[in-house]
Design a protein around this ligand. Structure first.
Ligand SMILES: [Zn+2]
Length: 84
């Protein structure tokens, strides 16, 4: 499964990126919020069933298992989402 960028939003990666905010037009380094996805929960469930309970929290700690929402640190405008 290849990493992909959601169409129609800024091409951002999983880490904070320097870009121009479309709202306040400042050049900013985006603020990133990681969100759990369905995939995160599925991996956690698979770990729970196949391995051991102590591994269940692992996918929730991995950036690659979570969406990265980018926001402007100046005006909090939504800039884009990276989906792993
Ligand atoms: Zn802004």
């Amino acid at each position: 499964m290849n990493p992909s960028v959601v169409p129609g939003v800024a091409p951002v990666g999983p880490k904070p990126a320097q870009l121009t905010c479309p709202s306040c037009h400042a050049t900013v380094v985006s603020r990133v919020d990681h969100n759990s996805t369905t995939k995160t929960h599925l991996i956690a469930l698979a770990l729970c069933l196949c391995l051991c309970w102590c591994c269940v929290c692992v996918p929730y700690c991995m950036d690659s298992c979570q969406n990265a929402d980018h926001y402007c640190p100046n005006c909090n405008a939504y800039l884009g989402t990276y989906q792993s």
